[in-house]
Design a protein around this ligand. Sequence first.
Ligand code: HEC
Length: 291
Amino acid sequence: MKQRTPVFLNIVAVLIVMNVLYYMFVQSSAYLKSPYFWGTVVISIVLVFIHNAIGDLIENQQFEKLSDEEKKLYLEQKKIPFYKRAWDSAFKKQAVAEEKDLLIDHGFDGIMELDNQLPKWWLGMFYFGFAYLIIYIVAFSFTPFAHPDKEYEEEHKQEMASIAEWIKNTPPPTLETAKYSADNIADGKQIFEENCVKCHMDGGKGGIGPNLTDKYWINHPEKTLFKSVFEIVENGVPGTAMPAWGKDGMLNGFDIQKVAAYVYHINQEQAPITPEQGGAPAQGEEVTWEK
Ligand code: HEC
């Protein structure tokens, strides 16, 4: 008659399986706080005990059927701790003579089943897999190899530091050094929407501040449009609502270079927004810009 697995091992196995299943579906350990998890844990443990009690009943019944000698042998074997039995069954060589003792106590229609040892190569693979699993879980939990997010954060930090370094070492553009670049239009648009839209309105069509899409300008301090806008945004227009964004430290040279590119873009590369389309009427004089 075969010896049974102790109930506590079944409980441990059930707990591991439940944790794995919950973790698979929840993808975080938040389920540990859920009453559903603990409810299913309690129910499962009760079921394991019921299963064990039924096992006890069957064991008692079959024990009665054994001969006195078999009873003695069974009781003797039962005294061997479970782990020792498991160890022996895995590593001890099986004697041919033992075969008849290996008959499993269930059969059907005269067909009986033997509890022969598993092939050593198979067991070897199993134990290798098991050891690998433990090493993997430990490595997964305590080393960074499977956590690209941490690596990413690390690299991101370095990248940001190198950008900060670059900005520190690269003087911001000034009226003399600033250059128009189409690459700056998108960023410039964002700066415009954050700072300028409240006066110059959507797309620079004009409101409190003049229409920036037409050919008419009140201020044209420089010969080219881009430099002119840079100058106005840098120094503002004293005595009017137009702030000195650069001089008063609200925007740095990089930002002004970007927003000036955006203003250049809506003025030179897009059709003007006319009063009929909701734009503000022309102010100032028509200016022909140098390239
Ligand atoms: C508080 C309102 C206000 C804000 C915000 C504002 N402006 Fe102005 N802006 C004005 C006014 C008013 C004028 C007209 C000044 C004048 O009468 O000479 C002006 C003029 C200008 C001009 C020259 C237009 C011309 O015809 O001479 C440019 C270019 C300009 N602003 C760009 C910007 C940009 C870029 C921003 C955002 C960084 C900005 N403004 C934010 C009110 C504002």
